[in-house]
Write a protein that binds this ligand. Structure first.
Ligand code: SAM
Ligand code: SF4
Length: 328
């Protein structure tokens, strides 16, 4: 699948639920209304849609959410997608907050998952609870070490927040080095109402990288995972650090991704509203050929790029939907 700007679309992110057991301050409001079950695709519907994407050239699928591992039948989806590895699908991965990883790490590995991204914004237990509103750091750490023990490669994702965790990146980089994890820092994106002013939270990663270079040797590397992170090797630890910089450096020119939500809406861009309703197509009795036609038609409308801006006058987010809808 090639989009109108010549970009091959090979990567599908699937948000399998809008629900979550945490309420990270940059992601959700504390009081969220979640979708009724009838609106959510079954795992069979999701698998069928993913299979159509794979037939059309998608070779990488990332399962995300909300918190994907709180969905009850999520392992059935991992198993059915895992069976497609080597048959068009090259990689199946997951982004998780880690709270359920102690329970599922072995099963994920058995289903064919080899790499997991775990969100951990701080190593300070009190700050972790403040940032996630409801979380206990021990649970996420147990999950991270269970993933390591199961032989999964772990990348720690941390959202960079001004005045909140910005004093911790050195210690997090050292901790990741010690345990064999990569670290990826992410700029906050203005998605959805969150009970706070996002202009107060935003910390440009260009500044962070400059500060890190005072302590660490960041060597250029061609390492790529198919996502938007730009990586460096940390000479002192041998691990990598990645930077996801949608605000300071727009990565749209090399975008290879589209995003499917748990209701079957396909978003062609994380930062735009262009979408296609696949639940309607599926539930109208579409054949596999109909699904493929609908996917091609959607890709033909992929926009050139996002234009994230926080309106400085109204201080409203660029998009009304939360990150938990599309899963990042
Ligand atoms: N619940 C899982 C987790 O936390 O990893 C998966 C879904 S979460 C929406 C995916 C990623 O998006 C996480 O790394 C999270 O930190 C990040 N994220 C959420 N809201 C964000 C925002 N407004 N800006 C930047 N990253 C955000
Ligand atoms: Fe939940 Fe992930 Fe959003 Fe945190 S970032 S509230 S863990 S979906």
């Amino acid at each position: 699948m090639i989009d109108p700007f010549g970009r091959p679309i090979t990567y599908l992110r699937v948000s399998v639920t809008d629900r979550c057991d945490l309420r990270c301050v940059y992601c959700m409001a504390e009081d969220m209304t979640f979708l009724p079950k009838a609106e959510i695709l079954s795992h069979e519907e999701m698998d069928r849609l993913c299979a159509a994407f794979i037939r059309l050239g998608t070779n990488k699928i990332r399962i995300t959410g909300g918190e994907p591992l709180v969905r009850r039948d999520v392992m059935a989806l991992f198993r059915s997608l895992g069976a497609r590895l080597g048959h068009g699908l090259d990689e199946l991965t997951v982004t998780t907050n880690g709270t359920q990883l102690a329970k599922y790490a072995e099963d994920l590995r058995a289903a064919g998952v080899r790499r997991v991204n775990v969100s951990l914004d701080t190593l300070d237990p009190a700050k972790f609870t403040a940032m996630t509103r409801w979380g206990k750091i021990e649970k996420t750490l147990d999950g991270i070490f269970a993933a390591k023990a199961a032989g999964l490669h772990v990348r720690i994702n941390a959202v960079a927040m001004k005045g909140v965790n910005e004093d911790e990146y050195d210690s997090m980089l050292a901790w990741c080095g010690e345990h064999g994890f990569d670290l990826c820092l992410i700029e906050t994106m203005p998605l959805g109402e969150i009970d706070a002013d996002r202009t107060d939270q935003y910390l440009p990663l260009s500044v962070v990288r400059g500060r890190l270079r005072k302590t660490w040797t960041l060597e250029d590397t061609s390492y790529q995972t198919g996502g938007p992170a730009r990586y460096f090797t940390v000479a002192e630890t041998g691990q990598r650090i990645g930077f996801i910089t949608p605000m300071t450096h727009n990565f749209c020119e090399s975008c290879n991704r589209v995003r499917l939500t748990c209701t079957g809406t396909l978003y062609m861009c994380l930062g735009q509203d262009d979408q296609a309703d696949f639940r309607k197509v599926l539930r109208a009795g579409a054949t596999d050929a109909d699904l493929e036609t609908a996917i091609r038609a959607a890709i033909a409308h992929k926009p050139k790029g996002h234009d994230f801006v926080i309106d400085r006058r109204t201080r409203e987010p660029a998009l009304a939907r939360h990150m938990s809808v599309t899963g990042g």
